[in-house]
Design a protein around this ligand. Structure first.
Ligand code: SAH
Length: 278
């Protein structure tokens, strides 16, 4: 198979006497719409035998797996019921060491807030061959489908991706860096802390009337976009009862949603011969 051509096994790092390792592909599943998979990801999914996936991976993408593929769900929507990251790493290493060819399917891009880096380090340390297949990160999917360009010559000359979810006891986001003018900030995993995030951005220098939006389930037929300002967004979002997965986007570019928001999910119907949207 074409996709078997990749990293040569690094036998020097393997325990002597171990059976020949298989291989792990860390694959980005994109933000939801299966049409946004890369050709390489779609090809790997079509021939997958063992798949470890997060709950974030949309149904439409999962539907592309062969019927007989073994599916192992390692992430629940409720974080408390997810397999701890160390166990996911260990499972990947174990399967790889046992000679399995494993697709590790992750929402968006594996290396954008996906902990793919930790999994790749574990595989490298164990001498298990791996490849990483990039995916469209939800910020990029959101940008295209909500009509909110991440940069624009008139509005934003830089873009920053940040997480609103911090490790227990860990340092919070660098608010001053997020609150720069002429910049777009996209905040992942921040919906639960929306009011505090908006407050901090104003406290660190952004005007309270800076445009801001929450985009829920971007690129899927359930996509919802709620636009406001740093002052009004928390109340507007609460009124709509928005839920994860959702992104917060802050900056002048949010104004363009009204003009560029071409995607009308309520009317979205799968065209003939195409995969249904998740
Ligand atoms: N690796 C992923 C991010 C994983 S962290 C990526 O590149 O997109 C999980 C967070 O991603 C969610 O809490 C949410 O903030 C965001 N997210 C993922 N899919 C999304 C979607 N379809 N719409 C909006 N936000 C999404």
């Amino acid at each position: 198979m074409e996709h078997d051509v990749g990293l040569a096994p690094r036998s020097g790092q393997r325990a002597a006497g171990a059976s020949a390792p298989g291989k792990v592909w860390l694959v980005g599943a994109g933000p939801g719409d299966p049409d946004l998979l890369t050709v390489k990801a779609a090809r790997l999914l079509a021939s997958a035998r063992v798949v470890l996936h997060d709950l974030l991976v949309g149904e439409g993408v999962m539907a592309l797996l062969p019927e007989g593929a073994r599916r192992i769900c390692v992430g629940k929507r409720d974080r408390r019921h997810s397999l701890p990251q160390e166990e996911i790493n260990a499972l990947l290493v174990e399967l790889g060491a046992a000679g399995e060819e494993v697709v590790r399917l992750k929402g968006g891009d594996p290396y954008v807030f996906g902990r793919g880096g930790e999994e790749a380090v574990a595989l490298a340390a164990a001498g298990i061959p791996f490849e990483v297949v990039p995916g469209i990160s939800s910020a990029q999917g959101m940008s295209a489908y909500a009509g909110i360009p991440l940069t624009h010559r008139d509005h934003a000359s830089s873009v920053v991706f940040a997480t609103g979810h911090c490790r227990e006891g860990g340092a919070g986001p660098d608010w001053a860096a997020l609150a720069r003018p002429h910049q777009t900030a996209v905040i992942y995993m921040g919906l639960g802390a929306l009011a505090g995030i908006c407050r901090q951005l104003v406290a660190h220098g952004l005007e309270p009337d800076t445009p801001a939006a929450v985009v829920e389930q971007a690129t899927t037929r359930h996509q919802r976009v709620v636009c406001g300002t740093l002052l009004t967004l928390p109340v507007l979002a609460a009124a709509q009862d928005l839920a994860a997965p959702a992104l917060i986007v802050v900056g002048e570019v949010v104004r363009l949603h009204g003009t560029l928001g071409w995607f009308a999910p309520a009317q979205a119907r799968p065209a003939q011969g195409r995969h249904p949207l998740p």
